[in-house]
Design a protein around this ligand. Structure first.
Ligand code: GDP
Ligand code: IMO
Ligand code: MG
Length: 423
């Protein structure tokens, strides 16, 4: 048995979806443990190309149970849309489950996300506008509705009435249109009709899986640099994408996790606002965006691109307790004559930090210290073994591993399932 958490090691969009899809070929259970439909996890396999937002990326293996865990915020409408599109592609959804304890993301959360971003003026976070922040705020304020409430209509009605009293006042203050309780209740009843059978207490399922020594994957969303506690606060998401939260958000004892795979892109990207030290505003940045197809899987926004950040990886590796790395998108660097790696941050006072992550107001003013590496100028997308890789590419990967202090478990050289291999 192994319980493996798969987490983003950078600013998100590292390729978690494709790594889970690859590993899920051997998995009995895949559990999404946090986030909502702000995620865009792209998977390319025999069913085509899919950007998954809520549904775990193990859904393409018909033998795998797929659970949306209690740590998630679930927009039922997005879930239904996603189910439709997967069904149309011939994907079996018989093993898709939603925890009764997952928060329900309501239409007013999306509205509040938009209104709150507008109210921030020029100090925006650059959210995905999916309502994630307001939904987690309601969870913490104990004003949220949960997916299991759909199965208890009377309880739901009271909870909704209570929530709307505050929500509608907030919406009005921010200049939006208040929502109608009866309409929302009717919408919930529609969700109950369509999703009710899949909303279950998932704990007996995960407990049985542990007892029967099954292979379990815990799928994270986003990456450590946008973690609510450890990321570039306030330019973060409203949950914890780090492995420590995987147990809680999935419903497992913490000590059952025995592998933590950090998914790492061979360079850096970020969407949304906030400090991103290695960002490039030049032709190299453009080239990374173009070759890497770096546009948001959820919002379509162009991603900010930059060189690999060795300080961030050291931080991410330690904080997550990573046991191995999955390095993706190596092929995107194939045509670069030189490649840079950031190995330290120069602070405004001239000091250089290599092994700690400055807090946001400081991070905004650091200058990256780079090492320069020779490119390999050879296509790698047909490589299927470590030894197939050009020696400069192996040296580059070794350096990433050294900066992380973690061994490499997997490398990917293209988006297709068979373009990833174990090392
Ligand atoms: P996630 O949110 O971490 O699952 O990552 P995204 O799906 O948002 O972004 C990763 C993008 O890179 C997707 O478009 C993938 O299809 C693509 N991708 C993943 N691995 C590779 C790779 O090794 N090479 C190339 N060229 N593309 C990749
Ligand atoms: P995956 O799982 C990249 C970013 C947003 C914004 C911040 C907060 O595909 O890696 P939110 O909507 O969560 O309140 O936005 O986090 N963000 C992501 N960036 N990939 C994602 O998901 C993201 N989910 C949120 O751009 O800066
Ligand atoms: Mg993504």
């Amino acid at each position: 048995m192994t319980v493996t958490a798969v987490v983003g090691a950078q600013w998100g969009d590292e390729g978690k979806g494709r790594v889970i899809d690859y590993l899920a070929q051997e998995a009995d259970v895949v559990i999404r443990f946090q986030g909502g439909d702000n995620a865009g996890h792209t998977v390319i396999n025999e069913y085509g190309k899919h950007a998954l937002h809520l549904i775990p990326s193990g859904i393409f293996n018909p033998r795998t149970q797929n659970i949306i865990g209690s740590g998630c915020v679930v927009n039922p409408q997005s879930l239904l849309n996603e189910m439709e599109s997967l069904k149309a592609a011939g994907v079996d959804l018989g093993n898709l489950w939603v925890s009764t304890r997952a928060q329900m993301l309501m239409p007013y959360h999306r509205e509040l996300d938009v209104l709150e971003e507008a109210a921030r003026g020029k100090d925006t976070i650059g959210t995905t506008k999916r309502g994630i922040g307001p939904a987690y705020a309601d969870k913490a304020a104990r004003a949220g509705l949960r997916m299991g409430d759909l199965l208890q209509p009377e309880w739901l009605e009271t909870r909704l009435d209570n929530a709307l009293r505050t929500v509608n006042r907030k919406i009005e203050i921010l200049g939006g249109q208040p929502l109608n309780g009866e309409e929302l209740y009717a919408l919930c009843m529609e969700y109950r009709e369509k999703l009710g059978d899949r909303i279950i207490d998932t704990l007996p399922m995960t407990r049985r899986a542990i007892e029967q020594k099954k292979h379990i994957l815990l799928e994270g969303q986003l990456g450590v640099m946008r973690d609510l506690d450890w990321g570039i606060y306030p330019y973060v998401t409203s949950s914890n994408p780090t492995a420590s939260y995987a147990a809680s958000g999935a419903g497992l004892p913490a000590r059952t996790i025995d592998r933590v795979i950090g998914v790492v892109k061979a360079y850096s990207t970020a969407v949304g606002d906030g400090p991103f030290p290695t960002e490039l505003h030049d032709a190299d940045g453009e080239k990374l965006r173009e070759i890497g197809g770096e546009f948001g899987a959820t919002t379509g926004r162009p991603r900010r691109c930059g060189w690999f950040d060795g300080v961030a990886i050291g931080y991410a590796a330690w904080l997550n307790g990573m046991t191995g790395l999955a390095i993706t998108k190596l092929d995107v660097l194939d045509s670069f004559e030189i490649i840079k790696i950031c190995i330290g941050y120069k602070l405004p006072d001239g000091a250089i930090v290599t092994d700690s992550m400055p807090d946001t107001p400081v991070l905004m003013h650091v200058t990256p210290v780079y090492e320069v590496w020779d490119g390999w100028l050879t296509p790698t997308s047909d490589c299927r073994h470590w030894d197939d890789l050009p020696k400069e590419a192996r040296a580059y990967l070794h350096r990433i591993s050294e900066l992380a202090g973690i061994k490499i478990d997997y490398v990917s050289v293209g988006p297709e399932r068979d373009q990833m291999f174990a090392v």
